[in-house]
Design a protein around this ligand. Structure first.
Ligand code: AMP
Ligand code: ZN
Length: 465
């Protein structure tokens, strides 16, 4: 079946045709590890997981690379403000390395709980400074850079295609009126490749370079690392829509200027999660984490299910009522699944017409630019069907779960997981408040349910004893 994807570059649906038959190279911009991911960030990673799983479902081997931004992302996506990690370190009195380590761990703890497949390569910006310097040198040799005020800048006027992804208007780019003006810049849209004169005192993360000691501009890492692991041309690059006008636009400029060829074939962008019509963000109020949802008694997969209910290119309005509906729908689904006897699972070639029709609907939904809400409806048709034999139902649900990632075949009381997680969170709070009596009580309570807790450096893990 031909997979159609909406390419932001060109704003059109296109059949997916990879560079190397049977394999897809995919780069996803990863987290800036200065704080917990909020559930808006997680929505984008869930969309990217569905994309990756769909590619696998349609038979492609996927090389999935994700970066960890642990240096260089300023509080503004352009070149203004302070390094987000330095700021977080200063405010918490910890070292920048500790901050990055702690939030990277927290990030993967969240993504594991949401059943997101781990990328094939996870690469940290601070481990790839030499690759970034090499890229700046390449740009310098080709005449795309200039130095001013101690920094190395990329000159967008040397790259005629600048802004194609974001449909930026050349006229406006020339005038460059509305963005803050750094007087070193020849064009206000020029961006920093390498900061040699730190804006901040006590900059903890600096490296030697041909232009002096300093640190990289944020956009540089994604170009350098994606090309290192996926080659100078690869298939898919994705992120949230906020990355279109600055981050991805600048990534394209510096990558294509360096290589002289097209860098990425398909650009996919996820729309925002919004709350009371406002984009969820780390700076604005209403910042919700996965832990917060768990503390309120939700299972992480309730949130995954909630996200699957909206198409990735539409805004998704978050509310606790909406999340409760997702919880009850998922609970209902899991109960129905648990009631289906699971003896023999017949091979797909032997399936009857009824299940094949549902499966076709599922496949077509995904192939139509990942229409997951429609694919989820096909799952419900399957589960509720009166004329599909049990074995076929189980086999088909297993296939669908390769994409949906809802643990459909896990015979497990989904609510038990949520309850355990909530009690663990409560125990943590109790311990912080030095209420050890309550903490012990919770441990005992869980013991009665057959759950053993193990406290370790990564937090508390639990297992069925
Ligand atoms: P960051 O850690 O800030 O670099 O963001 C990580 C990812 O989350 C990026 O792909 C962003 O585009 C995305 N993102 C940020 N805010 C939201 C939101 N409210 N809804 C969905 N995705 C978001
Ligand atoms: Zn990036």
């Amino acid at each position: 079946m031909e997979l159609q994807l909406y390419n932001t570059m060109g704003r059109a649906l296109e059949p997916f045709v990879p560079i190397h038959p049977g394999r897809a190279g995919m780069y996803t911009c990863g987290p800036t590890v200065y704080n917990f991911a909020h559930i808006g960030n997680l929505r984008t990673y869930i969309f990217e997981d569905i994309l990756r799983r769909s590619l696998q479902y349609f038979g492609y081997g996927v090389d999935h690379v994700m970066n960890i931004t642990d240096v260089g992302h300023l509080t503004d996506d352009a070149d203004d403000g302070e390094d987000k990690i330095l700021k977080s370190a200063r405010e918490s009195g910890r070292s920048v390395w500790d901050i990055a380590e702690m939030y990277t761990r927290a990030f993967f703890r969240d993504t594991d709980r949401l059943n997101l497949l781990r990328p094939s390569v996870v690469c940290k910006a601070t481990d790839h400074i030499a690759d970034m310097i090499a890229l700046v040198k390449r740009l310098e040799e080709k005449g795309f850079t200039y130095q001013a005020g101690g920094n190395v800048y990329f000159s967008i006027d040397k790259f005629p295609d600048y802004g194609r992804l974001a449909l930026l208007d050349r006229q406006e780019l020339r005038a460059g009126s509305r963005i803050a003006v750094d007087e070193n810049k020849r064009n206000p849209h020029d961006f920093v490749l390498w900061f040699t004169r730190s804006k901040f005192e006590n900059q903890a993360m600096i490296w030697d370079s041909p232009w002096g000691r300093g640190y990289p501009g944020w956009h540089l890492e994604c170009s350098a690392m994606s090309m290192k692991y996926l080659g100078e041309e690869f298939d898919i690059h994705c992120g949230g829509i906020d990355h279109i006008p600055v981050h991805h636009t600048n990534e394209i400029a510096q990558s294509e200027a360096a290589t002289g060829k097209r860098w990425v074939r398909y650009w996919l962008h996820g729309e925002f999660l919004v709350m009371n019509r406002v984009k969820m963000s780390k700076s604005a109020g209403g910042f919700l984490t996965l832990d917060r949802l768990v503390e309120k008694g939700f299972h992480p997969l309730d949130y995954r299910y909630f996200c699957l209910g909206g198409h990735y290119r539409s805004q998704l309005q978050f509310s606790f009522e909406g999340l409760e509906s997702a919880r009850s729908a998922r609970g209902n689904l899991m109960e129905r699944m648990a009631r289906i006897p699971r003896d023999a699972s017949p091979a797909r070639e032997t399936w009857g017409a009824a299940v094949s029709a549902v499966m076709k609907e599922f496949d077509e939904s995904l192939a139509a630019d990942l229409n997951v809400p429609r694919a989820l409806a096909a799952l419900w048709t399957l589960v509720k069907s009166g004329n599909i034999p049990d074995g076929e139902k189980i086999a088909a649900a297993a296939e669908m779960d390769r994409v949906l990632g809802l643990d459909l075949l896990k015979i497990d009381d989904g609510n038990l997981d949520a309850e355990v997680e909530a009690l663990i969170a409560e125990r943590l709070e109790a311990r912080k408040a030095r209420n050890f009596a309550r903490a012990d009580e919770i441990r005992a309570l869980l013991k009665e349910k057959g759950i053993t807790l193990e406290d370790g450096p990564d937090g508390t893990r639990w297992r069925r004893a």
